[in-house]
Design a protein around this ligand. Structure first.
Ligand SMILES: Cc1ncc(COP(=O)(O)O)c(C=O)c1O
Length: 373
């Protein structure tokens, strides 16, 4: 018997969420963001699941090259964008050889393009820092960088790009969008790419020519107050295990490392095969929600490396082998993340390589109706 912990990726949900992105931004190319092992879902798996995607966005050159090679052998035209661009001349040569598009966010990359002889010119996304202060040219120097790139035989096409810091917050996109619009005005003929999931879902004015959804493809809401289902999204990942032991404890007895949970009354405690070495957040406090046999319960005490404890106080029928959902289905990963003081992105990305992943191909309809936000 294998250890009873398993993740499931619902391939129908991936396709459905991708179809929703397409429907909401019908005139834009959709570059599916599959960096960080497709947010923990498995890059190859998601690539297969989204075989009709216009393209993919990743961070590593080797992954980008492999994506392009597979697209070529499948005779598919599929754009692959390096979100942090190239880091070296070697990377740049690979971009040229493999037909990989690259973000250009700093002047040293422009200089590298100027001095490197390429077999074939590359497609670049020139990034403007409109307020996030992470990557990108300052608005005042953006135009000059675009002009320099425009004059280069090493550059085949230019897309003007920015990234929003607060599209998922009340602050929205207005201030960054205004900066972007003001500084791209002289470049009317060039393509534009702005939207992440939150902007795609909430701000049609950001769709432009190319959107870059990530988290929504995995069925997770980017908005704290708005559940994924209300957006028409279907969760793609479930993490499930079983009870592997049950303890009956007396009032005053404690559970787990440091005895961080102390029982007030006699109670039954279930031990679940899932711990922080599987990707479950160690900092999830007592009270983090779980489903035991489909019913809501809570974690107790500290999460250990391979196990965690759950409250069986109202579940006299629960015993060894009873199924436990850590997240997925009726227990949105967003809710577990909030209880653990983090975001769903982090939980999904942290799924450990030792957790076996099963693919589900449900015969349920792939396209629930989109809900306006
Ligand atoms: C530049 C860029 N575009 C798009 C995305 C996708 O964002 P999200 O997962 O919020 O849709 C990311 C993710 O961090 C990003 O860094």
């Amino acid at each position: 018997m294998p250890r009873p912990l398993q993740a499931t990726v619902d391939m129908g949900a991936l396709a459905s969420n991708h179809a929703l992105a397409r429907r909401l931004a019908p005139r834009a190319k959709v570059l599916a963001t599959i960096k960080a092992n497709a947010y923990g879902h498995g890059m190859r798996r998601v690539e297969r699941g989204l075989h009709d995607a216009d393209g993919f966005a990743v961070c590593e050159i080797d992954q980008a090259a492999a994506l392009r090679a597979r697209a070529r052998s499948a005779r598919r035209d599929c754009q692959v964008l390096l979100l942090e661009g190239f880091f070296s001349t070697r990377d740049l040569l690979v971009c040229s050889l493999e037909g990989i598009s690259a973000v250009v966010h700093d002047i040293w990359q422009v200089e590298m393009l100027e001095r490197t002889r390429l077999e074939s010119p590359i497609d670049v996304f020139v990034k403007m820092n409109t307020g996030m202060n992470r990557l990108g040219f300052a608005p005042a120097s953006f135009g000059a960088a675009v002009e320099r790139l425009r004059s280069l035989s090493a550059v085949r096409s230019i897309t003007l790009m920015t990234h929003f810091a607060s599209a998922d917050e009340d602050e929205g996109v207005a201030a960054q969008l205004a900066v972007f619009d003001a500084h791209v005005a002289p470049f009317g003929g060039l393509r534009r790419s702005l939207a992440n999931s939150a902007a795609l879902l909430r701000y049609p004015q950001t769709h432009a020519d190319c959107v870059r959804p990530g988290i929504m493809l995995y069925g997770v809401s980017p908005f704290a107050g708005q559940p994924a289902a209300a957006l028409g999204l279907r969760p793609a990942m479930a993490l499930e295990s079983e009870l592997i032991a049950v303890q009956s404890i007396e009032a005053g007895q404690r559970v787990g490392y440091a005895g961080a949970f102390r029982a007030d009354v006699p109670m039954r405690v279930g031990i679940v095969a899932c711990g922080y070495a599987d990707g479950y957040p160690r900092h999830a406090p007592t009270g983090t929600p779980v489903l035991v046999d489909g019913r809501r319960s809570r974690t107790l005490g500290r999460v250990s490396m391979d196990m965690l404890a759950v409250d069986l106080a109202d579940m006299p029928e629960a015993g060894i082998g009873t199924p436990v959902v850590l997240w997925g289905g009726a227990l949105p990963v967003e809710e577990v993340a909030a209880a653990a003081g983090t975001i769903a992105y982090e939980l999904l990305c942290a799924l450990a390589p030792r957790v076996p992943v099963r693919e589900a191909f449900p015969d349920t309809p792939a396209n629930p109706p989109a809900v306006a936000t």
